[in-house]
Design a protein around this ligand. Structure first.
Ligand code: ADP
Ligand code: MG
Length: 907
């Protein structure tokens, strides 16, 4: 802990009851506050029991120790509610044992039992880890239950030692520990839900900027709240009007007869910070800001007021929100009609998408539990809403529209949990370059490459659709029908052969399997019918025959879902034997999910009620139906896979890697590409198998190295590669010579390098030739916001030509390792299909695992390219690697803290 410079402080986070507190390192300026905390904030009893007794003696000693001149080896964090220091956690490095720090913690009495201690500890763990501390130790009085409870809750394993009435505890700090992470998640979820309650279930509401002019935003929202039948008081605040629409208006929030839980702001941008501050000071607990076009200063003022006064914030640039729970009935939005109560949670970044989505859900007849237009997402985000819906006891379907991600890794972690219980669907916005440009300026957030978003959605089990209609089509199916078996084999039935063929094509294109069906099924159909899949019943099919066919299909083991396409025929109409009638007279709830394509239907999707009262999703287009089935199948597969643990490798030498990285960045503050030997050292520290690589600065050294390495090489040969800083594509530059057998060849190759590259040539590396195998590329790209993305693809010279690659975001799970390999188009080469021998998949998995761990542990590793990794039945060996380092702050994406909107950054 040479330089104790916590890199991730000055954060705001939520206590268990939803209160916002600020967390930052203590400084000499805080002496008075620390003194007060120890002298007055804590009773005699709790002073005596003061955690870990380091300064059982006197408050002054504590204040002197924590707020003296900065000391190497001391980390001290304070938690603040407004201006009040409510608690402190610190650790100080011990001389012995190494990497161990003595921990102390104090929380003011009246803030006990609100999770302040665990929150402080989580932040201290992070700061300490970033500074190289690996253990906390502390003395506690054995009777001090509170302390032991804190540790039990923290989720980190605690080792205890009893010494003369005192207990010495030792806590290994492993942030990757899943139990710790889950414990942090659970505390985060509870705190989040607590803080959102006044937003989503307020007891009273005020509309600030409610104008007398009908049609204005403020007035519209006020009217809608009143018409919606909100259960509590609704007040209008308008300094320029004594009444609005016959009801009294108040000049300010302070003048209201009661403090509203929620204030909806429809004031001009320059008034937003002042009104927000006034709301906060009055005790308002949540804001929905409809105003758009806030400048940076206004943005900062708004966020500051919210944090200072513990208010959650929706917007700005929000369309508002709606809560349909009959006990609340809040319609605080100016979009469309008040959604009817139901079980779909809807959160959108763009108001326009929100209106479209609500409208389509209304057409479909799917009710909404709560709707939030997130707008510019300064605070409340999709992540918050997911946790709310997970916990509100009403929501069983989550629909999200997100253009940007503030904390994608935290979001992915939440989503991974929530998608286990309810389907989470999203429109994947910004797929094209032009679309991303729009999204970037739209939300002032950095554009996210498609592969990154796709990786996130898929690793989190989110159903990602390409349009609003596709989202609604998939939601209609997921909402009403059971999931298919994960195999997702579809039987297509139609009364018009051509339509059946189109539907079969649509299914195949959506990646669904159409099994061949047994010929006996034909027995229930009219002559001329075909039972191969697609089943063509012919237009002459009568209701009884169709009913029998569907019953037979639902009991057919090869079938996991049924898609019925029906075209109304004059035949049916004239005889009253309409096949649609037969379909609806049957049950909607069957052993397998069933969807209909009714070609005369006017809307893209709706529910048709069947005889059993169940809802049958009916589409006007087979492509929509097929894609919906494919989404349902994907979700079924996700659910069938047990949650997969994150990958791990016990023998990664973090310390060596840390000193290599720090050493390089000290010498090259601007960052850059590592030279071949440093690259080799760094890879080796994490157990990545780079082939033996020897550095040669001239011809005689190269010749000697080649002689030494030759017998390690395949067929006794070596490779020689020229090097100078900045050389990128060696082969293209003529800087790679492989398969050199004789000394003369090596020497002449080296001389050739000298001739070609002249003074640029810094030297060369010599490697034994690796035995041939499949050449893969394994790499890392570090995204500032999304973290490391791990890429696997076909490598060597084929890399760019075939462009066969898959990507996943770290942390990789064991399951990711498997699917990364199987999803490559070249997978058959690796799996030993088509007559070959399978490569050593364990060795390949190990490469990906270690690469992922290295990238996670070192955000400084901004780019790594192992190309090729030659995989063979007997192992995997990398013969060429490039690594670029850059100074990046250590960052824990899972640390509990409220977001810092980019729009409000800066001073
Ligand atoms: P670059 O990617 O900069 O062109 P490489 O070091 O990857 O240079 O070499 C190019 C190709 O030469 C590799 O894709 C591989 O096919 C082959 N090659 C390079 N080094 C070795 C080696 N030690 N053993 C076997 N083949 C090698
Ligand atoms: Mg290469």
């Amino acid at each position: 802990m040479s330089a104790v410079r916590p890199t991730q402080t000055d954060a705001e986070a939520l206590l268990a009851d939803g209160t916002t507190v600020g967390i930052r390192p203590l400084s000499p300026d805080d002496h008075g506050a620390v003194l007060e905390l120890h002298a007055e904030g804590m009773s005699q009893d709790s002073l005596r029991m003061r955690f870990f007794g380091v300064s059982r003696n006197a408050p002054k000693q504590a204040a002197d120790r924590l707020c003296g001149p900065p000391r190497t080896g001391l980390l001290a964090l304070g938690a603040w509610a407004g201006d009040e220091l409510i608690g402190e956690a610190d650790c100080e490095l011990l001389d012995e044992p190494a990497e161990t720090a003595e921990l102390a913690l104090a929380v003011a009495d009246r803030w006990h039992h609100r999770g302040a201690a665990t929150l402080l500890l989580e932040h201290l763990v992070r700061a300490a880890r970033a500074a190289g501390v690996r253990f906390f130790e502390a003395d506690t009085l054995s009777g001090n239950r509170a302390v032991h409870r804190v540790f039990a809750h923290l989720g980190l394993p605690v080792e205890r030692r009893y010494e003369q009435g005192e207990v010495r505890v030792r806590v290994p700090l492993d942030e990757r520990d899943e139990r710790y992470r889950s414990a942090v998640d659970e505390r985060g979820r509870r705190a989040d839900v607590a803080s959102l309650t006044t937003l989503l279930r307020p007891a009273s509401v005020a509309v600030v900027g409610a104008s007398r002019r009908p049609g204005s935003v403020g007035r519209t929202v006020l009217d809608k709240i009143r018409q919606g039948g909100f259960a509590g008081p609704v007040r209008a605040v308008n300094p320029h009007a004594g009444e609005v629409d016959g009801e009294p208006a108040y000049p300010s929030v302070r003048a209201l007869p009661e403090v509203p839980d929620l204030a909806v702001l429809a004031v001009l941008a320059d008034a937003v910070p002042g009104v927000a501050e006034e709301c906060g000071a009055a005790g308002v607990r949540a804001l929905v800001v409809l105003t758009s076009g806030l400048g940076a200063q206004e943005a900062r003022g708004l966020v500051r007021a919210c944090r200072r006064h513990s208010m959650r914030l929706v917007g700005p640039n929000s369309l508002g929100m709606a809560q349909t729970d009959p006990a609340v009935r809040l319609d605080a939005e100016f979009g469309g009609a008040f959604p009817r109560p139901g079980t779909a949670g809807v959160a959108v970044q763009s108001g326009g998408v929100g209106i479209a989505l609500l409208q389509r859900l209304a057409w479909l007849g799917v009710g909404v539990s709560s709707f939030v237009s997130l707008g510019d997402k300064y605070d409340v985000s999709g992540n918050d809403l997911l946790q709310w819906w997970e916990s509100d006891g009403r929501t069983d379907l989550a629909l999200l529209h997100l253009e940007s991600f503030g904390s994608p890794r935290a979001f992915a972690r939440t989503a991974r949990r929530v998608t286990r219980t309810i389907p989470v669907l999203t429109v994947d916005a910004g797929r094209s370059t032009a679309g991303r440009r729009g999204a970037a300026s739209h939300t002032a957030a950095a554009a996210t490459p498609t592969v990154t978003r796709e990786a996130l959605f898929r690793q989190a089990g989110i159903t990602a659709t390409r349009s609003i209609d596709e989202l609604v089509a998939a939601a209609a199916l997921l909402h009403a029908q059971p999931p298919p078996a994960p195999r997702g084999a579809v039987a297509v039935v139609s009364n018009a052969g051509g339509i059946g063929i189109l539907a079969a094509d649509a299914c195949a294109e959506a990646g669904l399997e159409l099994p061949e069906l047994p010929a006996e099924l034909g027995g229930v159909l009219p002559p001329g019918a075909s039972v191969r899949n697609p089943v063509d019943t012919t237009a002459a099919v009568n209701p009884l025959e169709l009913t029998n066919l569907l019953r037979a299909l639902e009991n057919e083991l090869a079938v996991d879902a049924i898609l019925v396409c029906l075209v109304p025929t004059a035949l049916g109409a004239s005889t009253g034997q309409d096949p649609v009638y037969a379909l609806l007279e049957g049950p909607a709830r069957r052993r397998v999910p069933i969807v209909a394509v009714l070609l005369d239907q006017q809307v893209p999707v709706c529910y048709r009620t069947c005889a059993d009262g169940g809802a049958l999703p009916a589409y006007s287009d087979p492509v929509a139906a097929a894609r919906a089935l494919a989404h349902a199948r994907d979700r079924a597969r996700w659910l069938a896979e047990p949650p997969s643990p994150p990958v791990d490798a016990p023998d990664c030498d973090r310390r060596t890697a840390r000193s290599l990285v720090d050493g390089y960045l000290t010498a090259h503050p601007g960052g850059g590409w590592l030279d071949p030997l440093s690259t080799a050292d760094l890879l080796e520290s994490y157990g990545l198998p780079l082939t033996t690589t020897v550095w040669a600065r001239d011809e005689p050294t190269a010749s000697a190295a080649a002689t030494a390495l030759r017998n390690l090489g395949h067929e006794g040969k070596v490779a020689l590669k020229a090097y100078w800083p900045g050389l990128v594509h060696k082969s293209a530059a003529g800087a790679v010579r492989t398969g050199l057998a004789e000394d003369a060849e090596v020497r002449s190759a080296y001389r050739e390098f000298m001739r070609r590259f002249g003074a640029e040539l810094a030297g060369a590396v010599v490697q034994p030739m690796a035995a041939p195998g499949v050449e893969l590329l394994a790499g890392v790209v570090q995204d500032q916001v999304f973290g490391p993305r791990i890429v696997l693809g076909l490598g060597g010279t084929a890399t760019d030509v075939l462009d066969d690659r898959v990507a996943r975001l770290a942390p990789l799970s064991e399951r990711d390792l498997t699917t990364m390999v199987t999803e490559l188009r070249s997978a058959p080469l690796l799996l030993g299909q088509r007559g070959g021998t399978a490569v050593d998949l364990a060795a390949l998995r190990s490469v990906l695992t270690r690469l992922s761990l290295l990238a996670e542990d070192f955000p400084e590793l901004v780019e790594a390219d192992l190309n090729p990794v030659i995989v063979r039945p007997d192992g995997a060996l990398c013969v060429d690697a490039r690594i670029r380092l850059e100074r990046r702050p250590s960052f824990d994406p899972y640390l509990r803290r409220l977001r810092r909107p980019a729009a409000a950054e800066g001073t």
